[in-house]
Structure formats: structure tokens, C-alpha cells
Write a protein that binds this ligand. Sequence first.
Ligand code: SF4
Length: 246
Amino acid sequence: MTKTPAKPAPKKRKKRAAPTLGPEKTARLFAALAEDRPAPKTELEYHNPYTLVVAVALSAQATDVGVNKATKKLFKVADTPEKMLELGEEGVAEHIKTIGLWRNKAKNVIALSQLLVDEYGGKVPETREALTKLPGVGRKTANVVLNEAFGHETIAVDTHIFRVSNRTGLAPGKTPDEVEAQLERVTPDEFRKGAHHWLILHGRYVCTARKPKCWDCVIADICKFRDKTPDPARKAKTSDLGPKGP
Ligand code: SF4
């Protein structure tokens, strides 16, 4: 009996990265954002790297304004891991009860403070690997801390950066990790340190989830988003003219 030749295994298609804006437009996009906000910084209030770690960890599923309200008093009594441990889980919980997931967050704040005291002499470590070992600290929080407290060129992809990167075509990706990898690849050197803040603030105040303010956007001419929001003032003016025709 003749053997039927085995069918060749189908070739695996290589996953192609979605096209980005290209170097010239990418540089123009960052230059426009940088000109718009020359000195960007986080809106979370903090006093030192430790209080920044705590503030960022508390900000998951909460607004910066809400976190700032809670940490204002908390950081007055506890701005180091040692003082936080003295305050204890119940004490921390009392201060952060207005923030979502407060029980779990209070537990994490105490656990991360204990680890900082036990392993790092109360200092915040300066590597992503060490930071992500702290309870309640994920890759995003670690990237924010590295960028803000230590000046590293990291980009933490949150919901705002994810949206802006995809809409504009700057760094399209299906997951935050994909977007982060694309941003790492396309961001020009001179904009790497500020990129994180520029993109977050642009997403928070201009390229909002619902009804982005495209008519008031400094990168509208570069952005690839198809459903740009028309200028409401122009729309109103046009309708003032009344119906066309005799
Ligand atoms: S033009 Fe609109 S969609 Fe594009 S970045 Fe600006 S606000 Fe966002």
C-alpha cells in the first residue's frame, strides 16, 4: 500500500505589528504635546518616593482627586514605612475609607511598608523587579514610580494612554503590554521622560473616553481617529442660520 504523503503543516503566519504613525509624525505629535504642557507632572500629591508608591497603589480604580483628599491627612501622620506600621492597618483604613477597595488597599499598604523595612531599610528600591514584588504594586505602579520619583524613561500604560495611543495610531495594541512595547519602540529619545505624563494628561483632559475634544486638540492634524468630534460652536452657528432654501 502506498502511503499518502503527509500534508505539509500550514505555515504559521507571523503576527505583524499594527502600523504606527511613522517617525516624522510621531516626533511632531510629541513636540505638540510638549509645547502644550511644558512641565507635566503627576496630579497625585506625595512627599517622597515612599508616599508616591502608596498614592499610586491607592489610585487603582479611584480618582487622583479622591486619593489626594484621603492622603492629605494620612501622609501628615505617616510619610515613612516605619510610621505607617505604627499607625497599623486599622489606622490606615480609617484614612482611606472614601476610596474604592479600601480594606484590601489598607492591608497592602501595611504589607508593603513591612517589606520595605525588612528588605530595604525603609527605602523604596529603584528597579521594576523589586518594586513589583511589593504587595499591591503591579507593573503600571512600578513604572509610574520609576518615572516620577527616579526619572527613569518608563511609560505606564493606563486607560488614558491606552486610548490615546490607539486612537491616534501612535502605538496601537490590543493590550496595555502591547501598547507599552510599541511606545518603547516609537518614542523619540528627547520625549521619553515626559511621554508618560503628556499622554495621560492629554487623555484625561482632551482625548476623553466619550466625546473627545477633537476641535480643541493640538494633535488633531496628525491623529488617525476617524470619528473626530466636530466643534460644537460651529455646529451651533450653522444651525442658527436656519433651514436652507427659500
Ligand atoms: S483628534 Fe480627537 S481623537 Fe485624536 S487625539 Fe485629538 S482628541 Fe483624541
